[in-house]
Design a protein around this ligand. Structure first.
Ligand code: SAM
Length: 240
């Protein structure tokens, strides 16, 4: 998978060289290209923004640098342009799985009051455009969101995780939050690991984990439970 990032803060994306994304680059699973959007400006001040038509506070990112970047990077029908924005589709595991199928993602990182709408409209004439929101709050820029989308997507690529089983067991993979996890020591500061986890009985451990996941999801994120799985009083019936 090839990943391109258009940003006015390329240093923000240095994190892509760390940890697992860095290893994915080393393994040849992903190719990462971070571009300073100001490269496609032509004035002395390398301007990327201007005041909004119609008035209002703040500045808007001008369309030309993005357009020139799309041309030079040959953004075409094989590309998915990912635009982080609070107005986008919420980032979920399902969306991450879908994006992990693509061969090329181009992230457009907004700043100020956002990107001129015509950038998205133009991109849609030559590529798929996906607007993604990290959540119902406002960040200063799209870089953090681009990093979050990248982490969620890249760890789903075949060959990325050393142990593919750990992907299957994670929160959201089966529609539930993950059960609590423990490691050594078995007793720490008066807190003991639940005895069932030390029993060696794999069936009992699996059943305990499932129950914990269901109870945790019901308590913390009842919205994740399918309506068909809930009883009239809202109690959880996993077998329904
Ligand atoms: N005026 C915009 C609005 O009200 O929707 C917010 C602009 S925000 C200050 C600047 C940039 O941060 C956005 O263009 C977007 O790239 C990014 N951003 C902010 N919040 C975000 C969120 N919840 N999810 C994804 N990206 C976000």
């Amino acid at each position: 998978m090839r990943l391109d990032y258009l940003t006015i803060f390329p240093g923000y994306l240095d994190a892509l060289r760390e940890s697992l994304p860095g290893k994915a680059v080393d393994k040849g699973l992903i190719e990462v290209h971070v571009h300073d959007l100001r490269r496609w400006t032509h004035d002395r001040h390398r301007t990327v923004d201007d005041s909004p038509f119609g008035g209002g506070a703040g500045m808007v990112m001008r369309p030309e640098p993005f357009g020139e970047a799309f041309d030079e990077l040959e953004v075409d029908a094989s590309t998915t342009v990912v635009v982080p924005t609070p107005s986008g589709t919420p980032l979920t595991q399902e969306l991450a799985r879908s994006l992990a199928q693509r061969s090329r993602l181009v992230f457009c990182c907004g700043r100020y009051e956002g990107i001129d709408q015509r950038v998205l409209d133009h991109a849609a004439t030559r590529a798929e455009v996906v607007e993604v929101s990290l959540g119902d709050y406002v960040l200063n820029g799209g870089e953090v969101a681009a990093l979050a989308v990248t982490e969620a997507v890249v760890r789903l690529l075949p060959g990325f995780m050393g142990n593919a089983a750990s992907l299957v067991e994670e929160s959201h993979e089966d529609g539930l939050l993950e059960h609590p996890v423990y490691t050594r020591p078995a007793s720490w500061r008066g807190l003991d690991v639940p005895p069932v986890l030390l029993s060696g009985d794999h069936a009992r451990i699996a059943a305990w984990r499932r129950t914990q996941a269901e109870e945790r999801t019901a308590a913390r994120r009842p919205d994740l439970l399918r309506p068909a799985s809930l009883g009239a009083a809202g109690e959880w019936h996993p077998e329904r």
